[in-house]
Design a protein around this ligand. Structure first.
Ligand code: NAI
Length: 279
């Protein structure tokens, strides 16, 4: 497929908020038809309205990525109206903050259901359509936590590592069908997920402390993230790290996993210190 989104159809899970909403807006600005698929249907409809009022082309559709029938319904609706799906942004995600010794079973299951099963379901629902079309681009949102160990969010880290691995394997398989696969590894982006998000859970820190915790990692505005990430997507990059300076952590991890683990202790220590003052 061509590299510019003009006239293409994009299906974005978790499109009502944060990174997904920024993708929807940017892609519509570039002339794509965008499907904003989200469990939060109200905000999805409001965003679609704003995009349409500004002269773009957007539709909202209710989707719970944890349910395959829900995925099938939403994708069928997009296909019925738009005739094809050129981009699948498997972007919906949640986090469960806190150390594993504080987890409930739900802290594992909810995160696995949304971040891993949800991505697999998206691929299962849309990849055959792209194969039939003879092209398309699947863009899975993982995280830097998919490339390096991130204490304090172990279930999230597990799912994001899985999404990176799955995306690399699928990229190689999909080449022969003309389907591209990219995986996004954002650093820290200023969105609601940083303090738990609508469906996730934060650790023991207050919302104010959460934001203070992330601040030294220079959170990027989602609009800036979307612009840079979409440029890399249009070039068909395999693993997309934005902001680029986060690649330093990834390189260090590959150079010396032991040294990286040692360095990561300081982040866990800081989190524990902040939690102890939150009580
Ligand atoms: P966000 O909380 O602003 O947006 C997540 C969206 O996913 C929300 O609209 C929410 O309603 C939707 N969602 C959650 N569960 C859903 C479900 N079961 N079915 C359908 N939609 C569902 O968070 P953000 O930051 O925009 O997250 C987008 C993606 O980026 C996630 O996969 C996240 O893990 C990833 N990411 C975010 C980073 C950040 O610093 N903000 C860093 C690295 C990765």
């Amino acid at each position: 497929m061509g590299s510019t989104p003009a006239g293409k159809v994009a299906f974005i899970t978790g499109g009502a908020s944060g990174i997904g909403a920024a993708f929807a807006t940017a892609l519509a600005d570039q002339g794509a038809v965008v499907w904003i698929a989200d469990r939060q249907i109200g905000p999805a409809q409001e965003l679609a309205q704003r995009i349409n009022d500004a002269g773009g082309k957007a539709q909202a559709v209710e989707l719970d990525v944890r349910s395959y029938p829900s995925f099938e319904r939403a994708v069928a609706e997009a296909l019925r109206y738009s005739g094809r799906i050129d981009y699948l942004f498997n972007n919906a995600g949640i986090g469960a903050g806190g150390e594993v010794d504080s987890y409930t079973l739900d802290d594992w299951n909810d995160v696995i259901d949304v971040n891993l099963r949800g991505v697999a379901y998206g691929i299962q629902a849309v990849y055959p359509i792209m194969i039939r079309q003879g092209g398309g681009h699947i863009v899975n949102t993982a995280s830097m936590a998919g490339l390096v160990a991130s204490p304090g969010i172990a279930s999230y880290t597990a799912t994001k590592h899985a999404v990176v691995g799955m995306s690399k394997a699928l990229r190689l398989e999909a080449e022969r069908h003309g389907v591209r696969v990219s995986v996004l590894c954002p650093g820290v982006i200023r969105t609601p997920i940083l303090s738990g998000g609508r469906y996730g859970r934060s650790n023991g820190l207050t919302e104010e402390q959460q934001l203070k915790f992330w601040e030294p990692l220079r959170p990027l505005a989602p609009e800036v993230f979307a612009e840079r990430a979409l440029r890399a997507v249009s070039r068909g990059k395999a693993i997309i790290v934005v902001p680029a300076w986060w690649k330093a952590f990834w390189y260090l991890e590959r150079l010396s996993p032991t040294l990286f683990l040692w360095a990561s202790r300081s982040s866990l220590k800081r989190m524990r210190e902040m939690e102890s003052t939150a009580d």
